[in-house]
Design a protein around this ligand. Structure first.
Ligand SMILES: Cc1ncc(COP(=O)(O)O)c(C=O)c1O
Length: 399
């Protein structure tokens, strides 16, 4: 019998994952022998803190880490307690570890399963664009409808939530906010969350906040901030954080959600049908990261900043005007005028073919990402210098 398999309709509603498309293009040019410098995916190249690695090694020898993880287990309780300590220490926010916190297998998993657990068919979710792709793809796969609101350069890519169509505000179920922002690197301070919570407190809308990069900000006197610092936020907000970036633990898959207990309960219920949580040895190592590795983050920021400066100053010297990022390890660059007739995907392809430098096309971050590309500083300084040399040569070529 000849089988004709077909994906579910809900999968047909999402385009191919942008990084898979770029990877395919990359594989093609690698086959031609081109040496590629991959700055597309935001996957940290650095080693996690040694203390965390040692803790994992030690944990592997324990007898009680190899079984399924359970919500009411001792290690799980300890991890949630440490997450509550982290919120208290970083933000002065007090959380109930058993009702207002749930670990997730990386925030991508958490965001997607939260969407699956809360969205009914054709519920509207307001998603500022550009944004991290899981913010909209997770909604679409769950049957929801995405309503994009633009993050504009003239507004420093800060969401102007008061300008959202009042008709949409009446219909929407969720608003997603992500600061410090991937891909634009925009940053907001606590006052933004105060105004946001005040504006939404009487509306029937859940706010999902994603603070993945709150520890990676390069602005002077910036204090990491959380929406949960605002009085009343816990009534209708849920926030996601991950150890992937601050501790270079992307492959370990460890993060958490915190906030309104009903929303946490919904995510917990959804996950209980799908996964068994984080490997217990990784939970123990994650406790070490949250509790004992602030010094690592300081060094990490210096490393990224050095790479960022090398790249941004190099591109500017080559005549490609790009701004210094305010946060993250991304550089969000407008496609040079000379190439502005190309879509961001076409430009990504040309740049890759001509230089071997691989970036992420802005269109992958939603409709308002078009016209830009994103470079992730996830290669060492030497490779970044090499990328600058190749891009300079490419841009200075006469037609
Ligand atoms: C804004 C944002 N949220 C969430 C994630 C996902 O992180 P994790 O590794 O925890 O799934 C990323 C990863 O790039 C991100 O940029």
């Amino acid at each position: 019998m000849r089988h004709e398999f077909s994906e579910a309709y809900r999968l047909k509603r999402v385009p191919p994952y942008i990084f898979a498309v770029v990877d395919q293009m990359k594989a093609e040019i690698q086959r031609k022998g081109v040496d590629t410098i991959d700055l597309s995916l935001g996957s940290p190249d650095l080693k996690p803190p040694q203390k965390v690695i040692d803790k994992l090694k030690e944990a592997l020898d324990r007898n009680d880490v190899h079984c399924y993880s359970r919500f009411d287990g001792a290690i799980e309780k300890e991890f949630r307690k440490e997450i509550a300590n982290w919120y208290e220490r970083k933000f002065g926010v007090t959380l109930n570890p058993d009702k207002e916190i749930i670990p997730v297998i990386g925030s991508k998993e958490g965001l997607a399963h939260f969407a699956l657990g809360i969205i009914n068919s054709e519920d509207i979710v307001i998603v500022p664009s550009p944004t991290y792709p899981a913010h909209f793809n997770g909604v679409i796969v769950s049957g929801g409808i995405v309503y994009y609101v633009p993050l504009l350069e003239e507004n420093n890519f800060v969401l102007d939530f008061k300008k959202i169509d009042p008709g949409i505000l009446k219909l929407a179920k969720i608003l997603i906010v992500n600061y410090p922002h991937n891909p634009t690197t925009a940053v907001v301070r606590r006052e933004f969350y105060e105004e946001l919570v005040d504006f939404f407190k009487d509306k029937d809308i859940i706010i999902v906040s994603d603070i993945t990069y709150t520890e990676l900000v390069y602005e002077d006197d910036f204090e990491p901030c959380s929406i949960l610092q605002v009085k009343g936020a816990k009534d209708f907000c849920i926030e996601f954080y991950t150890l992937s970036k601050s501790y270079s633990m992307a492959g370990w898959r460890s993060g958490f959600a915190a906030g309104n207990p009903k929303l946490i309960e919904i995510l917990k219920k959804t996950k209980s049908y799908i996964d068994f949580g984080i490997f217990r040895a990784i939970q123990l190592a994650s406790i070490e990261a949250l509790n004992n590795c602030d010094d690592y983050i300081e060094d990490l920021k210096n490393t990224y900043l050095e790479r960022i400066k090398t790249f941004v100053e190099g591109l500017n010297r080559a005549g490609w005007r790009v701004e210094m990022p305010k946060s993250t390890y991304y550089v969000w660059a407008k496609i040079p005028l000379k190439f502005s007739a190309l879509t961001s995907l076409e430009f990504t392809k040309v740049l890759m073919e001509e230089t071997g430098v691989v970036c992420a096309p802005g269109s992958g971050f939603g409709e308002y990402g078009e016209g830009f590309v994103r470079f992730a500083m996830v290669q060492d300084k030497q490779r970044i210098k090499e990328a600058v040399v190749r891009i300079t040569r490419f841009l200075s070529r006469e037609d």
